[in-house]
Design a protein around this ligand. Structure first.
Ligand code: UDP
Length: 245
């Protein structure tokens, strides 16, 4: 794809605004081109540095977007520029709106059993025209994947949201995207939990100040271990800046 990228510790993030993203997705849909989108945060960059399989998965995606303020900050610190953050949930919300308006169909894969149903019910209050042609929870064994893929293919969704958490959703799509016959797939982390009402997003003022991580740390302390990736990310970015890489 002919879009400039910014190298964040070895991961090429596409330099795009929200408006550019949605017009590109529309163009690709009209041209019947498949698109796999990953929204990349600092944690995922660190996972890719630690695990080659994750780095390889990201290489296969069509679009890598700046999920969080950490990535936008890193671009600036490294003397480059990313126009805005495009959090997975906001991309997902944009896709729901687009689907409802344009009559595109969606499939939701992921989250605990029961969550997708609750999320769909809540989304339909806002978007009564939304057509979700199927859903499946995200607690399945890899041996069950073939059956789930067959089901997704039979429903022929225009848009597939994969909410298995990072990096599981990226590893899963790296393995199966080509078999899904879907036009557009996006890894959306905990979006279904938020839509269902089971998890709250950080208030906008915290998100705007790059403090979404702090809100998640306080409200989901079980994430503390994972979040140790954040200071290590900052250290690696500062190191890259100092040694000019
Ligand atoms: N999840 C899942 N299958 C798994 C592990 C996680 O469906 O094997 C779901 C989990 O229920 C939650 C989402 O993936 O809905 C992960 O949410 P989180 O906010 O942790 O997303 P991340 O920050 O990892 O993108």
């Amino acid at each position: 794809m002919d879009i400039p990228t910014v190298n964040i510790l070895g991961i090429p993030i596409h330099q795009m605004t929200r408006t550019e993203l949605f017009s590109l997705l529309q163009e690709r849909k009209e041209a019947d081109q498949s698109t796999w989108v990953v929204t990349v945060n600092a944690e995922l960059v660190m996972r890719a540095r630690e695990k080659q399989q994750v780095a390889d998965a990201l290489q296969q995606a069509d679009l890598l977007l700046a999920d969080g303020s950490g990535i936008v900050w890193a671009a600036r610190a490294l003397g480059s520029y990313l126009p805005e953050r495009l959090p997975g949930i906001e991309v997902a919300e944009g896709l729901v709106k687009w689907a409802a308006v344009a009559g595109l169909t969606m499939y939701f894969l992921g989250a605990q059993p029961g969550v997708a149903e609750e999320a769909i019910a809540k989304l339909r209050l806002k978007y009564p025209e939304l057509e979700v042609v199927g859903h499946h929870h995200g607690y399945f064994q890899e041996a069950e994947a073939a059956g789930i893929i067959a089901e997704i293919c039979s429903r022929r969704p225009d848009i597939l949201l994969v909410a298995l958490g990072a990096p599981r959703q990226e590893l899963w799509l790296a393995r199966h995207f080509a078999d899904l016959g879907t036009c557009l797939a996006v890894g959306v982390g905990g979006s279904l939990d938020v839509w269902s009402g089971r998890v709250k997003r950080a208030p906008a003022w915290m998100g705007d100040r790059g403090l979404e991580w702090l809100y998640r740390l306080v409200t989901q302390p079980q994430r503390a271990g994972r979040m140790l990736a954040l200071p290590r990310f900052v250290y690696q970015v500062m190191r890259a800046k100092m040694i000019g890489r």
